[in-house]
Design a binder for this molecule. Sequence first.
Ligand code: GAP
Length: 460
Amino acid sequence: MSNVTMEKIVSLCKRRGFIFPGSEIYGGLANTWDYGPYGVELKNNVKKYWWKKFVQNRQDIVGIDASILMNPRVWEASGHVASFSDPLMDCKNCHERVRGDKLIESKLGIDAAVGKSLKEIGEIIKKEQIPCPKCGKNDFTEARSFNLMFKTHQGVIEESSALVYLRPETAQGIFVNFKNILATTRKKIPFGIAQIGKAFRNEITPGNFTFRTREFEQMEIEYFIKTGTAVTMFEKLKQESWQFYTELGIKADKLRFREHDPKELSHYSKMTVDIEYEFPFGWGELMGLAHRGTYDLTQHSKFSGEELSYFDPETNEKFVPEVIEPSFGLDRSVLTFLIDAYDEDEISGEKRVVMRFHPVLAPIKVAVLPLVRNKTIITAKAKEIYNLLKKDFYLDYDESGSIGKRYRRQDEIGTPYCVTIDFDTVEKDNAVTVRNRDTTKQERVNINNLSSFLEQKIAN
Ligand code: GAP
């Protein structure tokens, strides 16, 4: 029985060192979160798997790592200066700031909210008497457009000529490097460029733990294609994106595709399909797949004066490629893996919390546990086994507390295997007990075969 709630996830994350509130000793900074020792392992494992699947295991996608700060003209060209905004309203009674479209969506559904002008948003909220989520009154300021990009200044002079933005998506770092990548890799269309990195958005209503924050990481691919191939490529990348989650153990019945209504599309998109997950607070977007057409390369060509086209050596044609973009939220994915893995069950009448992470994602792969701690022959053997396994697996070594308590601790952080060293290991059979997290079944494995036994179970 899962019985998962956001409260349980937030509390487990804090208690076991997955995710802490940001700047906590100073009273925190709203909606900022810091990944702790197990959280950073989990997050790195998600990145590693994604990078392997979409970059290293295939010939048609290469990676880059571009700067967060970019020439501000990039954001004029991309349309973010003019169009990357949300409808902001203030409650006149309690001064709560709300997103007008989200307020309508929560009461009347998404169809009632999409594609509405600022004026229409104000009118609907008034007509439907939608209350302020904080004080319950219906008395808001007019809706105004609020640009979500964070601004800062580069250098020592705080003047407009030194204005720079923190990138709101990693995608633009890819488009501005299109020419460099083409020249250095000689890739033939269709090919993609992938990037993992931070993005920043001054969200009006962040919340639901790490689901919506102002600083987050994205894993994005811009996939460049020939006109006329978009439908096939879109479908292929859509399936591959879905598989990314199911291969890592996400339950398929908790996932769904959702196609955007044309009125809901971002300024650059001709078509968007999201993969959504059923979070404890309802269905929410995990990643989005957009058909960006030739929008970005055309815009950058216009604004930079550089030609950003592709020459096809087979047809001797020059053209601006179209783009299909799978864009994954890394922090949202990590949150999803945490929620989906959470389980509660009972072992011989004793309740336990167990994180059923896919072994590839588990922060700790194997825990080495000497059965008793004050017997030097056993701890010496346990340390020997620790040293033997540490080349291949990220391990924990724990000798404090009863063996039952130690198993519980490992279950709670999702360690797939525990290796216990006892008297028989040293005196009789040169074997250890390997305990499976999910079944709690135990089996004796000879130390000579231990590494390969675990390797088989935990395909890295
Ligand atoms: N380049 C396209 C793009 O940025 P998006 O739908 O705005 O598209 C892509 O963002 C993904 O980034 C989302 O599906 C979500 O997983 C993640 N994301 C967006 N805003 C976020 C936020 N404020 N906090 C956490 N993740 C966010």
